[in-house]
Ligand binder design. Structure first.
Ligand code: HEC
Ligand code: HEC
Length: 495
């Protein structure tokens, strides 16, 4: 199998040379099981916000959320027996600690390690995976799209703690010990990097690789043409932006709609018939995503300072990011502007990783309603740069920028002071700088023996010197002095 390499400027990321066509080959039989919803009544405080039915829902959980929590759309990734033994392959110290712990405490440690949150119906399992009656765990959209701040799960918040690569590696080791069959992620991750830093994933390239194995009507192509992949990690955007956005993704090229949300289900076990059968489910899921409200800053705000910040924001930021009005959201504006890559100056690997052809083909496929949206998307097929996103609930959605390279809003407002390498504390939230509580380093730290860190520990560090991970650019705040920056920071808490 040959994979073409695209000419690339120096410093751009490693281009995949591996046989990606084998990726996502599954050793599992295509198993789509319906779940008997467990009727335990043990919601935890941390997940209450997600699980609670919203106002006007007559006490029922939104159908879209219910589907995400209960219906598996992919083959399973692991089973309860594997999950409960993961600690046996952890590095020393973590392993001894787990060995001494009770089974409940071990599960808590495992959830913390992999960035999972307890399920509202059964806190012994995670919200990010659907678990069926046989104990099979299947990754859901919430794996990347359900996170927490300060121990509280917020609906639609990206999962800034998800350790997909570490989880997959460790699942594979435990399956070897238990002589269990590998699943599609275990195999796929041998060919495709899943994410080099916890909280960010190579999701865009999964999409490109999988799409290459499909015709426009989603029928499976047996021998896909040669193609290349520019691996890079992305931070998922908050789902509560969905209703304001005209189009999707960091460069805004994709048409909105329930079908485009199904891209992540393109494993070979899911033939075109499945996509058609699940359309109604994804209409409900899209309705739920489109109904999400940004979370409100739960702590005190210096209102005089925030008011001053509002004026500065209107003058220096609103042209790109729009205007906000918590009292009357109908008065808000959002320009949905695509800013030229040279002007915004942030990392351009994501921008260069997709060709106009790839963008066009996605919109011309079943996902883009077979080209139905093509006319409205014409101006977005070859975007000039990145979309200036809405900033609703921005206090909660750290880290910042499309690649998640900037840990707090304070650092976003101080481009020269952004850390070269940072590591977040377990689940710490930094209320002063507004974002992730982090430890900063001038360069990647070494292991105690002077060698490089073990992979699981390395992935806890965000290294901005790596391709696709630069934290530079978006220098717009530098027109402000220190006092003004403090005022804008206070105002951003209120959005
Ligand atoms: C492995 C992680 C991962 C999984 C699983 C995942 N996503 Fe995403 N999602 C992302 C990333 C990363 C982006 C940003 C891509 C970009 O901007 O180029 C994204 C973007 C999106 C967006 C666009 C938001 C915007 O404002 O542009 C929506 C909507 C979305 N995902 C829905 C879903 C749904 C529905 C599922 C399940 C069927 C899902 N995602 C599964 C990582 C994931
Ligand atoms: C010329 C347009 C433009 C101006 C002016 C501008 N921004 Fe931005 N901003 C962008 C773009 C484009 C991005 C996305 C960049 C990326 O993800 O690489 C962005 C990203 C951000 C983010 C990160 C959002 C997230 O969820 O990751 C914040 C916060 C932000 N801007 C705040 C501000 C503030 C505050 C000001 C005014 C001082 C400002 N911006 C001025 C275009 C602009």
């Amino acid at each position: 199998m040959r994979v073409l390499r695209r000419a690339r400027p120096t410093g751009s990321p490693r281009v995949a040379r591996v046989v990606v066509c084998l990726a996502f080959v599954s050793a599992w039989p295509a198993a789509v099981v319906t779940v008997a919803a467990p009727a335990t009544d043990t919601p935890q405080a941390v997940v209450a916000a997600v699980a609670e039915p919203g106002p006007g829902t007559a006490g029922r959980r939104a159908p879209g959320l219910d589907l995400l929590l209960s219906r598996p759309y992919l083959p399973p990734d692991l089973d309860q027996g594997v999950f409960d033994e993961l600690w046996t392959v952890w590095e020393e110290r973590a392993r001894s600690r787990a060995e001494r712990a009770s089974p409940e405490e071990r599960r808590r440690l495992a959830m913390e390690r992999y960035g999972l949150t307890p399920h509202p119906d059964d806190p012994s399992r995670s919200m990010q995976y659907v678990v069926d009656a046989t104990g099979a765990w299947t990754m859901s959209c919430l794996a990347c799209h359900q996170g927490q701040v300060d121990g509280r799960a917020i609906p639609g918040l990206p999962n800034a703690g998800y350790a997909l690569e570490t989880l997959t590696e460790e699942v594979r080791l435990v399956k070897l010990k238990q002589r269990k069959a590998f699943g599609h992620m275990d195999m796929g991750s041998l060919f495709l990097p899943l994410g080099t830093t916890n909280g960010t994933t190579n999701a865009v390239m999964f999409g490109v690789a999988l799409m290459r194995h499909r015709a426009p009507d989603l029928s499976i192509v047996q021998r896909p043409p040669r193609f290349d992949l520019v691996h890079h990690d992305m931070d998922a955007p908050p789902w509560w932006h969905y209703r304001k956005r005209r189009s999707l993704y960091a460069d805004g090229f994709a048409a909105k709609g329930h079908r485009i949300l199904m891209q992540f289900l393109l494993v070979k076990e899911n033939g075109p018939d499945k996509f058609r059968a699940w359309e109604d489910d994804f209409r409900a899921i899209e309705r739920w995503i489109g109904s999400l409200e940004p979370p409100r800053w739960p702590w005190a705000v210096d209102t005089a300072r925030a008011d001053r910040g509002r004026g500065l924001f209107l003058r220096h930021c609103a042209d790109c990011h729009g205007t906000y009005d918590a009292a009357d959201p109908t008065r808000e504006t959002y320009p949905d502007r695509i800013v030229d890559i040279a002007e915004v100056g942030t990392d351009r690997v994501r921008f260069d990783a997709l060709s106009p052809r790839e963008r066009g083909e996605l919109n011309a496929s079943w996902f883009g309603h077979m080209g139905e949206d093509a006319a409205t998307m014409k101006d977005r097929e070859s975007p000039a740069g990145y979309v200036a996103p809405p900033l609703d609930g921005v206090w909660a959605s750290a880290p910042y920028l499309h690649n998640g390279s900037v840990p707090t809003l304070w650092h976003l407002l101080h481009p020269a002071a952004r850390p070269a390498v940072w590591k977040r504390t377990a689940t710490g939230y930094d209320r002063d700088r507004v974002g992730l509580e982090v430890e900063a380093f001038a360069a990647m730290p070494a292991a105690a023996d002077g060698g490089s860190l073990a992979p699981a520990e390395r992935r806890r560090h965000f290294d901005t010197s790596k391709p696709g991970k630069r934290a530079s650019g978006h220098d717009f705040p530098d027109v402000l002095d220190e006092d003004d920056k403090a005022a804008v920071l206070e105002y951003l808490k209120t959005l």
